[in-house]
Design a protein around this ligand. Structure first.
Ligand code: FAD
Length: 803
């Protein structure tokens, strides 16, 4: 056996083999895979082998498209068959909400180049005649849907990898993974120890156990899953063509032709987690006992949807486990806090996603970063706060919702509340309707009187509309208060702090007492952060950024660590409030003895202030675009600070506001937001973030690539639009039509309660990006006229924000 290697991939399921192949494809041939049994010995061998592109996340959908297109390439390369059946598939909608979701997906597919189509019930009946379309409003047809042979495909990946120089060691169980001081690993196996520069955990069903060998917790859990294969059915084998797939979210089932019969699987509500205490090492090529009880209701529903099933005998039952992360997406990338340890697990749809996972991980390892924003499957999207006790109920919830409508404003209830701030009970008593960010409870808005404490999930304007309008009014007309807990915050200190920040951030690093906004760029120039930097002292800084990107950012900081600088994550230690609105200064003046007048406390100043009993650090900035201050204190002081501000604020009409109002307020100024307008999919020039780049300061990460974008000029521009919407606003990824073709897409949008207008942000070709441009935006399948606007809807000259 080979005992030194650049990469040791642990696990020979479809995912491990895809990672191995993609590493060779990108030029690394000194790579090996170790498998404790034969290839496909985890979930892979008993998969139904179905594949599809549909995914709520646009980049995940694109990677699924990549996976599906790869199979033909793999067959041509290896001469092996993947057993492909490109039969197409239709997803049914039996409620208006589900139909809305499918229409929104179809609209996205336009600019992704996916040829999906909305079908009516009769068209569905025509292509999938065994379907009872009673109650079906329509469906989304995808010609790329199909199925394959799981084992053949895995072996094709393995052969392609071998052809690229990789070696595969089967019957080789990994017992330990031990890090060396230089960041490399000793992988201890039954056949000896392998010294590897990098380790990839593709342990599938055993990924938790393999992770534990290296001392890391990967948030995933196996679930039991069952599908049935019927006897031969004349309605199927007498057809001239193979029957397409039918996904019936209402019945939580997927159905396809299998040989001369059918195969149907269920995501049943009474689902069961498997191996809660850990996956037994002895589990091999075996199935779980049949369990008809848990799918009784699903079968009854399926009989109504496909009456043919009622007289079909069951030829075989496949019941096996596979793993899920809390949100159902894979866990991919460098594991935060570890060196050269990579995750390729939690892949619940290995045949839709395996290729994309392999490509992404290989790009990350070989080229330093993936080619697109892959946050939806980044292992860093769950922070170090995540625990097995949280993961399990979330995985169960995800399994149960696998076929549910995913609403943009939906807040899923399992395992909540978990992480709360000292304000939780106070805000709860004030009517907070809670959302969750990165495990933390955050008020979305405050219900009053007999308003329900629950926001109706919807693609259209929800029942939070009036409450949000009320909170926006309070900010714009008086003063609002909102917690600053949900910012990622970092304390950067030491004699090397300024030099490090100058290298890692593209923008100006401010002088003591001042703040700046700055993008953080990858070497490719793409945006990987959108930071506020406050200089507290010559060698002491505070950074604020997205709360949900903590591990994503810390991992980057660690990878680019500098001399004589210490970076501390203080996101949960430092908290407080922002106050915003025309009376914000009056309120601040009332609670401190310091001079906070416009000259003494300028826009973008940061100051230590005594407020009531608390020593606070106050930043004059506000994402609401209004006159505003962020007041930071130690988390232990937060309630005292609240009492001071709340009592003093009554004279000025102080009202709490939540995230729904915040998102509406930012639209008044067309402020972009992280993971919407700013993400690793975009460059600084096209998003306008280049205005914060300090080109003259010397080299910084991403300088050359961002400079090249500047020299060439971006092909597209992020612009703002006023939309003639009805009851639904832009959410994200709606196509923008110009001259009868799709030439752009939206990044986000919503309703500006201040201006009484529907607003969208999105990209159009640079040469068309002029004030007044008329476009059409497709929202939920309907065209809406929109006009490009360059003048903000509130405080266009910044007099209030800066005054
Ligand atoms: C009933 C059922 C139906 C399914 N249907 C579909 C479908 O239609 N479409 C679809 O896309 N997906 C489907 N899936 C899911 C699919 O099977 C998984 O997404 C996929 O198999 C995951 O592959 P993997 O490589 O990540 O993990 P696994 O297949 O579990 O592979 C992990 C491998 O790692 C090896 N390993 C673990 N620990 C060690 C160690 N310490 N040393 C050496 N080797 C080790 C194991 O032996 C195993 O071979 C289905 C799953 C089930 C159970």
């Amino acid at each position: 056996m080979k005992t030194t290697t650049r990469v040791c991939v642990i696990g020979g399921g479809v995912v491990g083999c895809s990672v191995l192949y993609h590493l060779t494809k990108l030029g690394w041939s000194d790579v090996m895979l170790v498998e404790r049994s034969e290839l496909t010995s985890g979930s892979t061998w008993h998969a139904a082998g179905g594949f599809h592109t549909l995914n709520g996340d646009t980049n995940m959908a694109a990677l699924q498209g990549y996976t599906i297109r790869l199979y033909r390439e793999l067959e041509a390369l290896t001469g092996m068959s993947c057993g492909l059946h490109h039969v197409g598939g239709v997803t049914l909608a039996d409620t208006p909400e589900r139909f809305d979701m499918l229409k929104a997906e179809r609209a996205k597919h336009r600019f992704m180049g996916l040829e999906t189509e909305i079908l009516g019930p009769e068209e569905i009946k025509a292509i999938a005649p065994i379907t009872n379309v009673e109650g079906v409003l329509g469906g989304l047809y995808d010609p790329l849907d199909g199925h394959l042979d799981p084992s053949g495909t895995t072996h094709a990946y393995a052969k392609a990898a071998r052809m690229g120089g990789a070696t595969i060691e089967t019957h080789c169980m990994v017992r330990e993974t031990n890090p060396r001081a230089d960041g490399s690993w000793d992988v201890v196996t039954d056949k000896g120890t392998i010294h590897a520069e990098h380790v990839v955990n593709a342990g599938g069903l055993w990924a938790r156990e393999v992770g534990a060998m290296a001392g890391c917790y990967l948030p995933l859990h196996p679930m039991e899953h069952q599908y049935l294969v019927t006897d031969d059915l004349p309605e199927i084998y007498e057809r001239d063509t193979e029957h397409p797939h039918v996904m019936d979210p209402g019945g939580e089932s997927y159905l396809r032709q299998e040989g001369r019969g059918l195969c149907i699987g269920f995501y049943e509500q009474p689902c069961k987690p498997w191996a809660v205490g850990g996956t037994p090492w002895g589990f091999g090529h075996e199935l779980l006992p049949d369990d008809y009880d848990k799918i009784e209701d699903s079968i009854a529903f399926a009989y109504r949807r496909y009456p043919i099933l009622e007289r079909a005998g069951v030829k075989s039952v496949i019941h096996g486990p596979f793993t899920f992360a809390p949100d159902g997406n894979p866990l991919v990338g460098p594991v935060p806090g570890m060196r050269n340890y990579w995750s390729a697990c939690g892949v619940m749809a290995g045949f839709s996603q395996g290729g994309g996972v392999g490509l992404t991980l290989a790009q990350w390892m070989v080229e330093g970063e993936p080619e697109r924003d892959v946050f939806a499957m980044d292992v860093a999207r769950f922070g170090r706060w995540i625990t097995p006790g949280y993961t399990l109920p979330k995985v169960v919830e995800n399994y149960q919702n696998r076929f549910s409508v995913t609403y943009p404003n939906e807040e899923l209830p399992a395992a909540r509340p978990f992480r709360t701030t000292p304000m939780y009970d106070i805000f709860d008593g004030m009517g907070a309707v809670w959302g969750q960010q990165y495990g933390l409870e955050v008020p979305n808005y405050f219900a009053q009187g007999d308003e329900p404490r629950y926001e109706t999930p919807s693609f259209r304007r929800s029942n939070a509309f009036d409450a949000t309008a009320r909170e926006v009014r309070a900010v714009r007309e008086a003063v609002g208060i909102n917690e600053v807990q949900n910012f990622g915050k970092y304390h950067v200190s030491g004699p090397g702090a300024r030099a490090w920040l100058d290298r890692i951030m593209a923008g100006l690093i401010p002088k003591p007492g001042r703040m700046s906004l700055t993008p953080m760029l990858a070497p490719s120039g793409r945006l990987i952060g959108d930071f506020t930097v406050a200089c507290l002292d010559e060698d002491e800084f505070r950074l604020t950024a997205s709360y949900g990107a903590q591990d994503f950012h810390l991992r980057w900081f660690e990878r680019n660590a500098g001399p004589n600088v210490r970076v501390l994550n203080i996101s949960d230690r430092l908290t407080g409030f922002q106050i915003a609105g025309p009376r914000a200064r009056d309120l601040l003046a009332k609670v401190t003895r310091a001079d906070v007048g416009p000259e003494a406390f300028r826009f973008m100043d940061v100051k230590p202030l005594s407020i009531g009993k608390c020593e606070a650090s106050v930043q004059r900035v506000s994402y609401t675009g209004d006159l505003g201050y962020e007041i930071y204190v130690d988390a232990m002081d937060q309630r005292a600070l609240w009492t001071t501000l709340w009592q003093a604020g009554q004279d000025f009409g102080l009202k709490p506001f939540g995230m729904r109002a915040m998102m509406s307020l930012r639209l008044d100024k067309f402020f972009g937001s992280w993971m919407r307008e700013f993400s690793p999919d975009y460059m600084p020039g096209e998003t306008g973030m280049d205005r914060f780049i300090r080109w003259s300061k010397g080299d910084f990460i991403g300088h050359a690539a961002a400079g090249a974008e500047r020299a060439d000029g971006p092909a597209r521009k992020l612009c703002s639009f006023i939309v003639e919407a009805d009851d639904a606003d832009v959410i994200a990824y709606e196509p923008i039509w110009l001259d009868g073709t799709v030439q752009g897409f939206c990044t986000s949008g919503g309703y500006s309660h201040y201006a009484g207008k529907s607003v969208a942000l999105g990209f159009v070709p640079t040469d068309r990006a002029v004030d007044g441009l008329k476009v059409e935006i497709e929202i939920l399948g309907k065209m809406h006229t929109a006009r490009l606007v360059t003048t903000p809807l509130f405080d266009a000259d910044g007099a209030r924000m800066r005054g």
